[in-house]
Design a protein around this ligand. Sequence first.
Ligand SMILES: *[C@@H]1O[C@H](CO)[C@@H](O)[C@H](O)[C@H]1NC(C)=O
Ligand SMILES: *[C@@H]1O[C@H](CO)[C@@H](O)[C@H](O)[C@H]1NC(C)=O
Length: 232
Amino acid sequence: MEKHIQTFLNKISYLAITIATFTLILVFLFQTPPETCINPKHNPNHRPHPKSSCDAAHRPITTIDKKNHRLWCTGTWRKSVDSFSAIFHDLQNLKHICNHTHALIVSAGGGQAVMSLNKIGLADVTGVELIDSPPLVSRADPHNLPFFDGVFDLGFSANLDQALFPSRYVRELERTVKVGGVIVVCVEMCGNDGVIEVLKLFRRSELLQARNVTLMGSKMTMIITKRSKSRS
Ligand SMILES: *[C@@H]1O[C@H](CO)[C@@H](O)[C@H](O)[C@H]1NC(C)=O
Ligand SMILES: *[C@@H]1O[C@H](CO)[C@@H](O)[C@H](O)[C@H]1NC(C)=O
């Protein structure tokens, strides 16, 4: 009797293992890659997944690609990209940016603003942050930007509020943006007095416009300045 039960139980566990194995194989075979939500065109460094062991050297990049892919498909990511796009469309309508604007995003985070500018047609966008997020953002200290003077047409930051040394931060933006270029910062929502306070940090720019905007769900004030030779 006990022997029968033993055999029966053994059979059941073999069956269970077989079913589990088949299920795994099926899941593996029919697993479809997630739908692409990002046009690879917007991600110039995108590389295909390795097709042979010869491509294995690209494995770390593939991992980054996969991670980015997952991140870029999240609702939070898309919402913040759209949120930046609303602001950049404004700047486009005001003729402050066009497709050939050479743009710098300082404190670019994961690169939402970079992606947003790419999406609206800018080909040449540089994003920097203390921690890099390839391929959108490279590593650089906003207080000590690794760029020559006057190489950008647009400098943008939504994180001046968090800068350790705001005046040094602004000085670097002013240094790297060319005369006639535009520097745009979004700060905590403020009125005229607040805008004047922020403008004190700018030595070589003049105010074009300040307006309230919504960025990633927060009310902020966007201050648009034009890079001039010096403040008289
Ligand atoms: C800017 O680039 C976008 C996307 O590449 C394109 O659709 C648009 O027509 C371009 N605009 C101009 C004015 O060239
Ligand atoms: C932004 O909105 C607040 C509250 O409505 C207002 O006090 C402030 O003046 C506005 N700032 C600008 C730059 O328009």
